[in-house]
Design a protein around this ligand. Sequence first.
Ligand SMILES: NC(=O)c1ccc[n+]([C@@H]2O[C@H](COP(=O)([O-])OP(=O)(O)OC[C@H]3O[C@@H](n4cnc5c(N)ncnc54)[C@H](OP(=O)(O)O)[C@@H]3O)[C@@H](O)[C@H]2O)c1
Length: 277
Amino acid sequence: MQFRPLGRTGESIPVIGQGTWGMGGEMGPDPSKDKASVEAIRLGLELGMNFIDTAEMYGGGHSEEVVAEAIEGRREEVFVASKVSPRHFAHDDVLRSARMSLKRLNRKQMDLYQLHWPNSKIPIAETMRAMERLVEDGLVRFIGVSNFSVEQMREAQESLSREKIVSNQIEYSLVDRSPEAGVLQYCQKEGITVIAYSPLGQGKIPRGRGGPFKVLDEIAGTLGRSRNQIALAWVLQHDDVVAIPKAADKQHVHENATVSDWKVPGEDYKKLNQAFS
Ligand SMILES: NC(=O)c1ccc[n+]([C@@H]2O[C@H](COP(=O)([O-])OP(=O)(O)OC[C@H]3O[C@@H](n4cnc5c(N)ncnc54)[C@H](OP(=O)(O)O)[C@@H]3O)[C@@H](O)[C@H]2O)c1
């Protein structure tokens, strides 16, 4: 597994992490697939994907409990990121949410705590004051954001008195290249890691038909790789980007973990850029 720096923290994280949306339920808890989810995450850890992304919102908090079970016994080796929901951005709510996430995760500290989406109704300075307090109290190591525009990242950074925003988690894949309109470049310039979510287009890449997908299939055929491996490698070919595919199927976990060791050759990379422009 390759590693990339996390912002300018001096810490490095695996270029491929594990997303957990849907593990433990969606909008509410659903324990029916917990065993398979725990096994998939553990397999991912064995294959070096020691970076797990979850959120208080996933499965109404149960996703964090699934993560806790999966990492039991190897907690120190795993970089765990969670997110606070926008409706909890008031100062004391942020502190409460973090404590509850830590309880569900069965940890004393989260490696990365992210603001899940912007919330224009609560001043960002109030939210960031709470985030800095969490770092000061040792409950959180690093502060990140998610789904923030350039302007929102600027405001968020200006509201922090000591800490730096180390990451912005945004949708980025062959089928959603909107970060290239400015957010990607801003993050690269400012030393903010881009955590690419839905790097497989939430399943659109494995299922897509026609047009650009024909080009993807041709390249995949020539290189002897799957569509998904090509799509993940393409995302990772951008500086300062790491990706968090979600895979509950063990074959998918295997496929995704092996991508970090190779690149899409230059000509094919250009063809993909054209096909999915
Ligand atoms: N910050 C945010 O607002 C936000 C929003 C969305 C997502 N996220 C995070 O990003 C993570 C990933 O995004 P996502 O779950 O939306 O979408 P994704 O990772 O792009 O796609 C997940 C889908 O692709 C399938 N898949 C995974 N690897 C595959 C492979 N090698 N071959 C074929 N199919 C494969 C999965 O199936 P199986 O599960 O059956 O293996 C699942 O159906 C989430 O889990 C979450 O942690 C964050």
